[in-house]
Write a protein that binds this ligand. Sequence first.
Ligand code: E4P
Length: 227
Amino acid sequence: MDRATHSLERDEMKFFIDSADVGEIRKALALGLCDGVTTNPSLVAKTGRRFDEVLAEIVALRPGPVSAEVTALDFDGMIREAHHYAAFGDQVVVKVPLIVEGLKAVKALSAEQIKTNVTLCFSPVQALLAAKAGATYVSPFVGRLDDVSEDGMAMVEQILEIYRNYAFETEVLVASVRHPIHVLQAARMGADVATIPFKVIEQLAQHPLTDRGLQQFLADWEKVPKS
Ligand code: E4P
C-alpha cells in the first residue's frame, strides 16, 4: 500500500455496531448500516445472558467482524480465551486490552493469523505499539477522553498521521462514540471504522428540518387535485 494512502483511498468507511444486544444488531443489519460488531464485558453484562450463547447468535447473523473481549490479564490466560473465542468462527476478532501482556498476546495471535482488536487505547503512542504488535484494529476511546477534558478526536487524527507515515496495516476503529459529531469527524479524518451505539446510528438519519419539510410536503400534497 502506498504510504500516503493508508485509510484514505482504501475501502469505504465501515460502521460497526457497539452492542451485545442481538435485537439491536438485527435492526442495524436490516438498515444496511452494520459492517461488524464490537462487544465488551459491560455491554455483555447488560444482556444478562451467557456470553458464549450471545456470541454464537451474533456470529450466526454473519454481520462481519465480531469483537469478543478477553478478561484474563496474563499472556497465557489471554491466549487461552482467544483460542476459545476464535473457535466460534473466522468472523471473530479477539479484543485485547492495551497493556504489556496484551501486546505480547496480540503479537502471538497475529502470528497465528487470529484477528485482534486492541482496546482501551487512550494515546497515539499506545496505538503505535498496537500497530507494531500486528493488531488488526486499534480502538481509540474518544468519548472517554472527552469526558476527562481531553480531545478524543485529536488523538485519532494523530494515530492516522502515524499509521499513514509508515503504512501500518492496522485499522483505526473509532470507539466510545457518543454522538453524530464523533462520526462526522471520524469520516472527515478518514478513519477506517467507527463503532457506534444503536441510538447514535438512529440519530445519524435525523434532522428536524427533514421532518418539518416532509410534514409540509405531505400537507401541500393534500391540496393537489387527484382527478
Ligand atoms: C469499544 O469497542 C467499546 O466497546 C466502546 O466503544 C466503549 O464505549 P463507552 O465509552 O461508551 O463505554
